[in-house]
Design a protein around this ligand. Structure first.
Ligand code: HAM
Length: 430
Protein backbone atom coordinates (compact mmCIF):
# COMPACT_ATOMS: atom_id res chain seq x y z
CA UNK A 1 0.00 0.00 0.00
CA UNK A 2 1.29 3.49 -0.80
CA UNK A 3 2.48 5.53 2.17
CA UNK A 4 0.38 8.44 3.27
CA UNK A 5 2.36 11.67 3.17
CA UNK A 6 1.83 15.21 4.44
CA UNK A 7 -0.31 17.21 2.00
CA UNK A 8 1.57 19.25 -0.63
CA UNK A 9 2.49 22.65 0.78
CA UNK A 10 2.33 21.46 4.41
CA UNK A 11 5.21 20.05 6.42
CA UNK A 12 6.22 18.48 9.71
CA UNK A 13 8.51 20.36 12.06
CA UNK A 14 10.72 17.91 13.93
CA UNK A 15 12.63 18.41 17.21
CA UNK A 16 15.79 19.32 15.29
CA UNK A 17 13.95 22.44 14.10
CA UNK A 18 11.34 23.18 16.73
CA UNK A 19 13.98 24.37 19.21
CA UNK A 20 14.67 27.31 16.90
CA UNK A 21 10.94 27.93 16.41
CA UNK A 22 10.47 28.07 20.17
CA UNK A 23 13.42 30.42 20.55
CA UNK A 24 11.96 32.78 17.91
CA UNK A 25 8.54 32.72 19.55
CA UNK A 26 9.95 33.25 23.05
CA UNK A 27 12.01 36.23 21.79
CA UNK A 28 8.94 37.70 20.06
CA UNK A 29 6.84 37.28 23.22
CA UNK A 30 9.54 38.97 25.33
CA UNK A 31 9.84 41.92 22.91
CA UNK A 32 6.05 42.32 22.57
CA UNK A 33 5.71 42.37 26.38
CA UNK A 34 8.19 45.27 26.57
CA UNK A 35 5.95 47.27 24.20
CA UNK A 36 2.75 46.53 26.12
CA UNK A 37 1.18 43.89 23.86
CA UNK A 38 -1.10 41.10 25.12
CA UNK A 39 -1.77 37.82 23.33
CA UNK A 40 -4.98 37.03 21.45
CA UNK A 41 -5.88 33.57 20.12
CA UNK A 42 -8.67 33.45 17.59
CA UNK A 43 -10.08 30.33 15.85
CA UNK A 44 -8.29 28.95 12.78
CA UNK A 45 -11.57 28.90 10.87
CA UNK A 46 -14.17 31.59 10.51
CA UNK A 47 -17.25 32.25 8.39
CA UNK A 48 -16.17 32.91 4.79
CA UNK A 49 -17.91 36.26 4.70
CA UNK A 50 -15.43 37.65 7.24
CA UNK A 51 -12.58 37.38 4.72
CA UNK A 52 -14.69 38.35 1.72
CA UNK A 53 -15.64 41.57 3.52
CA UNK A 54 -12.46 42.11 5.53
CA UNK A 55 -9.68 41.21 3.10
CA UNK A 56 -11.60 42.03 -0.12
CA UNK A 57 -13.33 39.91 -2.77
CA UNK A 58 -10.97 41.00 -5.56
CA UNK A 59 -7.74 40.17 -3.75
CA UNK A 60 -5.72 37.12 -4.85
CA UNK A 61 -6.16 35.64 -1.40
CA UNK A 62 -9.96 35.68 -1.40
CA UNK A 63 -10.51 35.08 -5.10
CA UNK A 64 -8.25 32.05 -5.47
CA UNK A 65 -6.31 30.97 -2.41
CA UNK A 66 -8.78 30.20 0.38
CA UNK A 67 -9.67 26.76 1.75
CA UNK A 68 -13.43 27.05 1.88
CA UNK A 69 -16.11 24.45 2.43
CA UNK A 70 -19.81 24.19 3.15
CA UNK A 71 -20.13 22.81 6.64
CA UNK A 72 -22.05 19.62 7.29
CA UNK A 73 -23.30 20.44 10.78
CA UNK A 74 -26.07 18.34 12.35
CA UNK A 75 -28.02 21.31 13.53
CA UNK A 76 -30.20 23.03 10.97
CA UNK A 77 -28.56 26.34 11.92
CA UNK A 78 -24.99 25.26 10.94
CA UNK A 79 -25.86 23.29 7.88
CA UNK A 80 -24.57 24.66 4.64
CA UNK A 81 -22.69 27.46 6.39
CA UNK A 82 -19.67 28.49 4.33
CA UNK A 83 -16.50 28.31 6.44
CA UNK A 84 -12.88 29.14 5.61
CA UNK A 85 -9.46 28.33 7.11
CA UNK A 86 -8.02 31.73 7.96
CA UNK A 87 -5.66 33.00 5.23
CA UNK A 88 -4.53 35.84 7.53
CA UNK A 89 -5.46 37.06 10.97
CA UNK A 90 -6.21 40.78 10.85
CA UNK A 91 -9.85 40.20 9.92
CA UNK A 92 -10.22 37.64 12.75
CA UNK A 93 -8.66 39.96 15.33
CA UNK A 94 -10.89 42.87 14.30
CA UNK A 95 -13.93 40.55 14.43
CA UNK A 96 -12.97 39.56 17.99
CA UNK A 97 -12.37 43.22 18.88
CA UNK A 98 -15.93 44.01 17.81
CA UNK A 99 -17.49 40.83 19.27
CA UNK A 100 -15.97 41.43 22.70
CA UNK A 101 -16.81 45.15 22.65
CA UNK A 102 -13.19 46.08 23.29
CA UNK A 103 -13.86 49.59 22.01
CA UNK A 104 -15.92 50.29 25.13
CA UNK A 105 -12.80 50.70 27.27
CA UNK A 106 -11.86 53.70 25.12
CA UNK A 107 -8.27 52.49 25.33
CA UNK A 108 -5.80 51.51 22.67
CA UNK A 109 -5.64 47.72 22.26
CA UNK A 110 -2.26 46.15 21.51
CA UNK A 111 -2.75 42.52 20.55
CA UNK A 112 -0.32 39.93 19.20
CA UNK A 113 -0.86 36.43 17.84
CA UNK A 114 1.23 33.45 16.77
CA UNK A 115 -0.36 30.73 14.69
CA UNK A 116 -0.92 28.90 11.41
CA UNK A 117 -2.56 30.48 8.36
CA UNK A 118 -3.69 28.76 5.17
CA UNK A 119 -3.44 29.81 1.52
CA UNK A 120 -3.61 27.65 -1.58
CA UNK A 121 -0.45 29.08 -3.14
CA UNK A 122 2.02 27.30 -5.37
CA UNK A 123 4.47 25.77 -2.88
CA UNK A 124 8.15 26.72 -3.12
CA UNK A 125 10.96 27.55 -0.71
CA UNK A 126 9.44 29.90 1.87
CA UNK A 127 5.92 29.59 0.46
CA UNK A 128 3.60 27.01 1.97
CA UNK A 129 -0.10 26.23 2.11
CA UNK A 130 -0.01 26.03 5.87
CA UNK A 131 2.41 28.64 7.20
CA UNK A 132 2.91 30.44 10.49
CA UNK A 133 2.55 34.11 11.22
CA UNK A 134 3.69 36.11 14.22
CA UNK A 135 1.58 39.22 14.00
CA UNK A 136 0.14 42.10 15.94
CA UNK A 137 -2.57 44.74 15.70
CA UNK A 138 -2.77 48.10 17.47
CA UNK A 139 -6.27 49.51 17.28
CA UNK A 140 -8.83 51.56 19.15
CA UNK A 141 -11.23 54.46 18.89
CA UNK A 142 -9.63 57.57 17.34
CA UNK A 143 -9.55 59.31 20.75
CA UNK A 144 -7.26 56.55 22.05
CA UNK A 145 -4.58 57.81 19.65
CA UNK A 146 -4.94 54.82 17.34
CA UNK A 147 -4.41 56.84 14.18
CA UNK A 148 -1.33 58.66 15.45
CA UNK A 149 1.79 58.38 13.24
CA UNK A 150 3.67 57.68 16.47
CA UNK A 151 2.01 54.23 16.56
CA UNK A 152 3.28 53.41 13.07
CA UNK A 153 6.81 54.36 14.06
CA UNK A 154 6.53 52.46 17.35
CA UNK A 155 5.47 49.28 15.54
CA UNK A 156 8.28 49.64 12.99
CA UNK A 157 10.88 50.37 15.67
CA UNK A 158 9.66 47.29 17.59
CA UNK A 159 10.05 45.13 14.47
CA UNK A 160 13.58 46.44 13.89
CA UNK A 161 14.39 45.63 17.53
CA UNK A 162 12.94 42.12 17.23
CA UNK A 163 14.86 41.33 14.03
CA UNK A 164 18.07 42.66 15.59
CA UNK A 165 17.55 40.67 18.79
CA UNK A 166 17.02 37.52 16.74
CA UNK A 167 20.26 38.29 14.92
CA UNK A 168 18.74 38.70 11.43
CA UNK A 169 21.34 40.42 9.28
CA UNK A 170 20.90 42.66 6.26
CA UNK A 171 17.19 43.45 6.68
CA UNK A 172 15.69 46.27 4.66
CA UNK A 173 12.53 48.19 5.51
CA UNK A 174 10.53 49.46 2.51
CA UNK A 175 8.00 52.15 3.40
CA UNK A 176 5.14 53.85 1.59
CA UNK A 177 1.81 55.52 2.19
CA UNK A 178 -1.23 54.51 0.14
CA UNK A 179 -3.03 57.63 1.38
CA UNK A 180 -6.45 57.87 3.01
CA UNK A 181 -9.39 55.83 1.72
CA UNK A 182 -10.36 58.95 -0.29
CA UNK A 183 -6.85 59.46 -1.74
CA UNK A 184 -6.73 55.79 -2.60
CA UNK A 185 -10.06 55.95 -4.41
CA UNK A 186 -8.91 58.89 -6.54
CA UNK A 187 -5.62 57.15 -7.21
CA UNK A 188 -7.36 53.89 -8.21
CA UNK A 189 -9.52 55.81 -10.67
CA UNK A 190 -6.48 57.59 -12.12
CA UNK A 191 -4.62 54.31 -12.47
CA UNK A 192 -7.56 52.63 -14.15
CA UNK A 193 -7.71 55.47 -16.65
CA UNK A 194 -3.94 55.47 -17.27
CA UNK A 195 -4.00 51.71 -17.76
CA UNK A 196 -6.82 51.63 -20.34
CA UNK A 197 -4.76 52.56 -23.43
CA UNK A 198 -1.86 50.21 -22.51
CA UNK A 199 -3.85 47.38 -20.98
CA UNK A 200 -3.44 44.91 -23.83
CA UNK A 201 0.34 45.15 -23.52
CA UNK A 202 0.26 43.89 -19.94
CA UNK A 203 0.65 40.29 -18.76
CA UNK A 204 -2.59 38.31 -18.51
CA UNK A 205 -2.93 38.61 -14.73
CA UNK A 206 -2.41 42.35 -14.88
CA UNK A 207 -4.96 42.85 -17.64
CA UNK A 208 -7.55 41.48 -15.23
CA UNK A 209 -6.20 43.56 -12.32
CA UNK A 210 -6.22 46.72 -14.43
CA UNK A 211 -10.01 46.58 -14.17
CA UNK A 212 -10.71 44.83 -10.88
CA UNK A 213 -7.92 46.09 -8.61
CA UNK A 214 -5.59 48.50 -10.47
CA UNK A 215 -3.39 49.15 -7.41
CA UNK A 216 -2.28 45.53 -7.55
CA UNK A 217 -0.73 46.12 -10.99
CA UNK A 218 2.02 48.04 -9.16
CA UNK A 219 2.98 44.84 -7.32
CA UNK A 220 3.72 43.02 -10.58
CA UNK A 221 7.15 41.46 -10.87
CA UNK A 222 6.61 40.54 -14.52
CA UNK A 223 9.61 42.02 -16.40
CA UNK A 224 7.46 42.87 -19.44
CA UNK A 225 5.20 45.10 -17.33
CA UNK A 226 7.89 47.22 -15.69
CA UNK A 227 8.26 49.91 -18.35
CA UNK A 228 4.51 50.56 -18.32
CA UNK A 229 4.36 50.58 -14.52
CA UNK A 230 7.22 53.04 -14.20
CA UNK A 231 5.26 55.54 -16.28
CA UNK A 232 2.05 55.30 -14.23
CA UNK A 233 1.01 58.10 -11.87
CA UNK A 234 2.44 57.78 -8.35
CA UNK A 235 0.35 57.55 -5.19
CA UNK A 236 2.23 60.49 -3.64
CA UNK A 237 0.67 62.79 -6.26
CA UNK A 238 -2.73 61.90 -4.76
CA UNK A 239 -1.96 62.27 -1.07
CA UNK A 240 -4.18 64.77 0.67
CA UNK A 241 -2.56 67.21 3.11
CA UNK A 242 -3.37 64.94 6.10
CA UNK A 243 -1.84 61.87 4.50
CA UNK A 244 1.30 63.75 3.58
CA UNK A 245 1.68 65.15 7.11
CA UNK A 246 1.02 61.70 8.63
CA UNK A 247 3.73 60.10 6.49
CA UNK A 248 6.21 62.88 7.28
CA UNK A 249 5.64 62.34 11.01
CA UNK A 250 6.15 58.58 10.72
CA UNK A 251 9.46 59.19 8.97
CA UNK A 252 10.58 61.86 11.46
CA UNK A 253 9.95 59.48 14.39
CA UNK A 254 11.83 56.67 12.63
CA UNK A 255 14.73 59.04 11.98
CA UNK A 256 14.74 60.04 15.64
CA UNK A 257 14.96 56.35 16.66
CA UNK A 258 17.62 55.59 14.06
CA UNK A 259 15.52 53.01 12.20
CA UNK A 260 16.68 52.92 8.57
CA UNK A 261 14.09 52.67 5.76
CA UNK A 262 13.78 53.12 2.01
CA UNK A 263 10.76 54.80 0.45
CA UNK A 264 9.09 52.63 -2.17
CA UNK A 265 6.16 54.31 -3.91
CA UNK A 266 5.07 51.02 -5.50
CA UNK A 267 4.48 49.26 -2.18
CA UNK A 268 0.69 49.05 -2.08
CA UNK A 269 0.32 45.47 -0.76
CA UNK A 270 -2.22 42.89 -1.75
CA UNK A 271 -4.99 43.32 0.79
CA UNK A 272 -7.82 45.80 0.45
CA UNK A 273 -7.90 47.23 3.95
CA UNK A 274 -4.75 49.36 3.89
CA UNK A 275 -4.77 53.13 4.24
CA UNK A 276 -1.77 55.40 4.72
CA UNK A 277 1.43 53.67 5.96
CA UNK A 278 2.34 50.36 4.31
CA UNK A 279 5.61 48.50 4.81
CA UNK A 280 7.56 45.34 4.16
CA UNK A 281 10.82 43.96 5.53
CA UNK A 282 12.97 41.91 3.19
CA UNK A 283 16.37 40.30 3.68
CA UNK A 284 19.03 40.47 1.03
CA UNK A 285 21.80 38.59 2.84
CA UNK A 286 21.84 34.86 2.42
CA UNK A 287 18.17 34.13 3.12
CA UNK A 288 17.84 32.20 -0.12
CA UNK A 289 14.24 33.43 -0.30
CA UNK A 290 14.49 35.66 -3.35
CA UNK A 291 13.40 39.27 -3.46
CA UNK A 292 9.70 38.53 -4.03
CA UNK A 293 9.33 36.90 -0.66
CA UNK A 294 8.98 39.48 2.08
CA UNK A 295 9.90 38.42 5.58
CA UNK A 296 7.00 40.40 6.91
CA UNK A 297 4.45 42.94 5.84
CA UNK A 298 1.82 45.21 7.23
CA UNK A 299 0.26 48.59 7.33
CA UNK A 300 -2.35 50.90 8.67
CA UNK A 301 -6.09 50.43 8.16
CA UNK A 302 -9.13 52.60 8.66
CA UNK A 303 -12.66 51.43 7.92
CA UNK A 304 -12.05 47.71 8.46
CA UNK A 305 -13.95 47.63 11.75
CA UNK A 306 -16.90 49.49 10.19
CA UNK A 307 -16.84 47.12 7.20
CA UNK A 308 -17.32 44.26 9.67
CA UNK A 309 -20.17 46.05 11.46
CA UNK A 310 -18.14 47.58 14.31
CA UNK A 311 -17.40 51.09 15.58
CA UNK A 312 -14.73 53.31 14.06
CA UNK A 313 -11.39 51.79 15.10
CA UNK A 314 -8.38 52.68 13.00
CA UNK A 315 -5.30 50.58 13.53
CA UNK A 316 -1.95 49.38 12.32
CA UNK A 317 -0.53 45.89 12.27
CA UNK A 318 1.88 43.46 10.71
CA UNK A 319 2.48 39.77 10.21
CA UNK A 320 5.88 38.11 10.12
CA UNK A 321 6.17 34.97 7.99
CA UNK A 322 7.63 32.75 10.71
CA UNK A 323 8.66 30.02 8.25
CA UNK A 324 10.63 32.61 6.29
CA UNK A 325 12.18 34.08 9.42
CA UNK A 326 13.39 30.61 10.46
CA UNK A 327 14.74 29.83 6.96
CA UNK A 328 16.65 33.11 7.03
CA UNK A 329 18.13 32.42 10.47
CA UNK A 330 19.19 28.94 9.36
CA UNK A 331 20.71 30.19 6.11
CA UNK A 332 22.57 33.01 7.85
CA UNK A 333 23.90 30.68 10.57
CA UNK A 334 25.21 28.34 7.90
CA UNK A 335 26.85 31.21 6.10
CA UNK A 336 28.52 32.38 9.33
CA UNK A 337 29.73 28.85 10.00
CA UNK A 338 31.22 28.67 6.56
CA UNK A 339 32.95 32.00 6.88
CA UNK A 340 36.68 31.31 6.90
CA UNK A 341 39.76 33.14 8.09
CA UNK A 342 41.93 34.83 5.48
CA UNK A 343 44.95 32.57 6.09
CA UNK A 344 46.50 29.87 8.21
CA UNK A 345 50.22 30.45 8.80
CA UNK A 346 51.97 27.07 9.08
CA UNK A 347 55.53 26.84 10.45
CA UNK A 348 57.22 23.71 9.09
CA UNK A 349 59.29 23.09 12.20
CA UNK A 350 59.63 24.37 15.76
CA UNK A 351 62.56 26.66 14.79
CA UNK A 352 60.20 28.53 12.40
CA UNK A 353 57.63 29.29 15.13
CA UNK A 354 58.93 32.82 15.92
CA UNK A 355 59.05 33.78 12.21
CA UNK A 356 55.51 32.42 11.71
CA UNK A 357 54.18 34.35 14.66
CA UNK A 358 55.88 37.51 13.43
CA UNK A 359 54.31 37.07 9.97
CA UNK A 360 50.90 36.52 11.58
CA UNK A 361 51.43 39.68 13.65
CA UNK A 362 52.13 41.73 10.52
CA UNK A 363 49.18 40.37 8.58
CA UNK A 364 46.80 40.82 11.52
CA UNK A 365 48.04 44.40 11.91
CA UNK A 366 47.13 44.89 8.24
CA UNK A 367 43.56 43.82 9.08
CA UNK A 368 43.59 40.17 8.01
CA UNK A 369 42.03 37.35 10.03
CA UNK A 370 44.84 34.88 10.68
CA UNK A 371 45.44 31.66 12.60
CA UNK A 372 48.94 30.25 13.27
CA UNK A 373 49.81 26.57 13.52
CA UNK A 374 52.70 25.06 15.41
CA UNK A 375 56.01 23.81 14.11
CA UNK A 376 55.55 20.47 15.84
CA UNK A 377 52.53 19.70 13.59
CA UNK A 378 53.12 17.20 10.84
CA UNK A 379 52.51 18.69 7.39
CA UNK A 380 49.29 16.67 7.01
CA UNK A 381 47.91 18.06 10.27
CA UNK A 382 48.75 21.62 9.22
CA UNK A 383 46.96 21.09 5.92
CA UNK A 384 43.84 19.71 7.59
CA UNK A 385 43.66 22.50 10.14
CA UNK A 386 44.28 25.16 7.50
CA UNK A 387 41.66 23.75 5.12
CA UNK A 388 39.06 23.72 7.86
CA UNK A 389 39.76 27.22 9.19
CA UNK A 390 41.05 29.36 6.37
CA UNK A 391 40.83 30.16 2.67
CA UNK A 392 44.59 30.07 2.23
CA UNK A 393 47.63 28.53 3.85
CA UNK A 394 51.03 30.25 4.09
CA UNK A 395 53.93 27.85 4.55
CA UNK A 396 56.82 29.10 6.68
CA UNK A 397 59.80 26.75 6.19
CA UNK A 398 63.52 27.28 6.56
CA UNK A 399 63.90 28.25 2.86
CA UNK A 400 60.97 30.64 3.01
CA UNK A 401 62.37 32.49 6.00
CA UNK A 402 65.77 32.76 4.32
CA UNK A 403 64.48 33.84 0.89
CA UNK A 404 61.50 35.92 1.99
CA UNK A 405 59.39 34.03 -0.61
CA UNK A 406 56.40 32.22 0.87
CA UNK A 407 54.44 29.30 -0.54
CA UNK A 408 50.76 30.18 -0.49
CA UNK A 409 48.12 27.56 -1.13
CA UNK A 410 44.64 28.67 -2.21
CA UNK A 411 42.19 25.94 -1.16
CA UNK A 412 39.24 27.02 -3.33
CA UNK A 413 41.36 27.27 -6.50
CA UNK A 414 43.58 24.29 -5.60
CA UNK A 415 46.62 26.41 -6.62
CA UNK A 416 49.96 26.98 -4.98
CA UNK A 417 52.39 29.86 -5.67
CA UNK A 418 55.57 31.41 -4.29
CA UNK A 419 54.91 34.98 -3.23
CA UNK A 420 57.39 37.59 -1.93
CA UNK A 421 56.71 38.81 1.60
CA UNK A 422 55.76 42.35 0.51
CA UNK A 423 53.13 40.97 -1.88
CA UNK A 424 51.44 38.67 0.62
CA UNK A 425 48.80 41.22 1.63
CA UNK A 426 47.76 41.66 -2.01
CA UNK A 427 47.64 37.90 -2.50
CA UNK A 428 45.37 37.41 0.53
CA UNK A 429 42.88 39.92 -0.83
CA UNK A 430 42.37 38.04 -4.11
P1 HAM B 1 0.64 39.36 4.09
O1 HAM B 1 1.62 40.23 3.41
O2 HAM B 1 -0.38 38.68 3.26
O3 HAM B 1 -0.06 40.27 5.20
O4 HAM B 1 1.43 38.28 4.92
C1 HAM B 1 2.42 38.65 5.87
C2 HAM B 1 3.62 37.74 5.77
O5 HAM B 1 3.23 36.37 5.88
C3 HAM B 1 4.34 37.81 4.42
O6 HAM B 1 5.23 38.90 4.36
C4 HAM B 1 5.08 36.48 4.43
O7 HAM B 1 6.28 36.57 5.16
C5 HAM B 1 4.13 35.56 5.17
N1 HAM B 1 3.41 34.71 4.20
C6 HAM B 1 2.35 35.04 3.42
N2 HAM B 1 1.97 34.00 2.66
C7 HAM B 1 2.84 32.99 2.93
C8 HAM B 1 2.99 31.64 2.48
N3 HAM B 1 2.14 31.09 1.59
N4 HAM B 1 4.00 30.89 3.00
C9 HAM B 1 4.85 31.41 3.91
N5 HAM B 1 4.74 32.66 4.39
C10 HAM B 1 3.76 33.44 3.91
C11 HAM B 1 -0.98 39.82 6.08
O8 HAM B 1 -1.26 38.64 6.26
C12 HAM B 1 -1.62 40.92 6.92
N6 HAM B 1 -2.66 40.31 7.77
C13 HAM B 1 -0.58 41.64 7.75
C14 HAM B 1 -1.18 42.74 8.54
C15 HAM B 1 -1.51 42.71 9.83
N7 HAM B 1 -1.52 43.91 8.08
C16 HAM B 1 -2.06 44.63 9.06
N8 HAM B 1 -2.09 43.89 10.11
Amino acid sequence: MANIKAVRGTRDLLPTETALWNHVEATARAVFARYGFGEIRTPVFEVTELFARGVGEDTDIVSKEMYTWDDRGRAESDRGQSLTLRPENTAGVVRAYIEHKMAESGMLEKLFYIGPQFRRERPQRGRYRQFWQIGAEVLGPPWSGSDSPLRDAEVLEMLATLLNELGIKGWRLALNSVGSAEDRKRYSAALREALQPVKTKLSEDNQRRADTNPLRVLDSKDPGDQAIINNLPKISEFWGEDSRAHFEQVKAALDACGVPYVEDHRLVRGLDYYTRTTFEFTVSDGSGLGTQNALLGGGRYDGLSEMLGGPKAPGIGFAIGEDRLILTLQAQAKEAEQKKLDAFVAPMGVPQNPAALKLAQELRAAGFEIEVGDGSFRLKKSFEAADKLARKMIIVGEDEVASGQFTVKDFAKGEQAKIPREELAGALKS
